[in-house]
Design a protein around this ligand. Sequence first.
Ligand code: ADP
Length: 380
Amino acid sequence: MSTATIPATRRVGIVGAGQLARMMHRAAIDLGIEVLVLAEGPGEAAVRGGAAHHVGSPERLDDLLALARACDVVTLDHEGVPSAHLRALEAEGVALRPGSGASLAAQDKLHARRLLGDELGLPVPAFTAVDGPRDVEAFAAVHGWPVVLKARTGGYDGRGVRIVGGPEEAAAVLGGGGSWLAEACVPLDLEVAALVARRPSGEAVAYPVCETVQADGMCRELLVPGALTPELAARATALALRVAEAIDAVGILAVELFVSRGELLVNELALRPHNSGHWTIEGAVTSQFENHLRAVLDLPLGDPGALAPAVAMVNVVGPPGGGDPAERLPAALAVRGAHVHLYGKPARPGRKLGHVTALGVTAAAALATAREAAGELMAA
Ligand code: ADP
């Protein structure tokens, strides 16, 4: 085939093929960008959504290198790539975005706490490294029970977070193995997220700060702008931009924060498109997925502004009884104004399978619409 007829394309390699890669692929189509995802197999959400894929494992450096050789840049849709592999990719000259140093802030919660709290001087919950139950008891003697124990790596959606009320419970958690840190259990007025997109050249844009509502450690609902005061929202935005610059983030950086007794505390970071930015697909001028692609390719960033006075997003989670929300699609589509997303993943109780976004003049109206459609899907 003559290459003269093939337009110049940019190709982004994505390690991981879940719903985030699926939604990045969708954004890539609009820009004439190709994506190639590293998938364990053809059943993964991004591949089912039509993304070209290379079969392999993020645990195998050879598979990562094969992906990188076929692409201009490599980015990630999860935190599960060993950091030694990320460093090895960079040593091979791969344009890895974000880089291995920045990614570590999302992979290791103890590293993140030290970086944010000790090095950058940002407000974080009191924390300590934990080697055994005695360390937890000593921490509780100062900060009181309950104590929040967090797995240093591998946790998501509240897996890897345990609130323990006393020494026996702490010993039971630590006895299960793994590497943990202890945190003071802080009273939560609100949970919020500040998302920014940043290019290698340093240009950065910030999305409106949103309020997230969690149940059992998992985000269930989200509101823009939410119940945050404009003053705290401005501080959260400034803080997220500062973190992005300090760690040299490239792509989307999501900063999850607590509002505790009227003050902001940084909880954790994600260096990839994030659940708290799914509302931007229909609710913002430029979605987080598009801005992630623009950023990793060092292209001009898009306007992050909201398109309505209020936007709500409700996650679609596998119902406890085990039904499949996809079977309830007609009922959800009958809800006017609801933007339904299903990820094409096998249904399991408690698993994120999709989300619904609605725009409104008021938060109450947007939330009512999104809840109605998501409720139909989860009534399965
Ligand atoms: P994950 O990485 O699994 O999402 P998080 O660190 O975000 O874990 O914790 C999950 C949820 O647990 C938070 O959204 C919050 O509701 C609660 N939580 C976490 N840390 C604390 C803390 N120090 N004090 C009170 N609640 C906390």
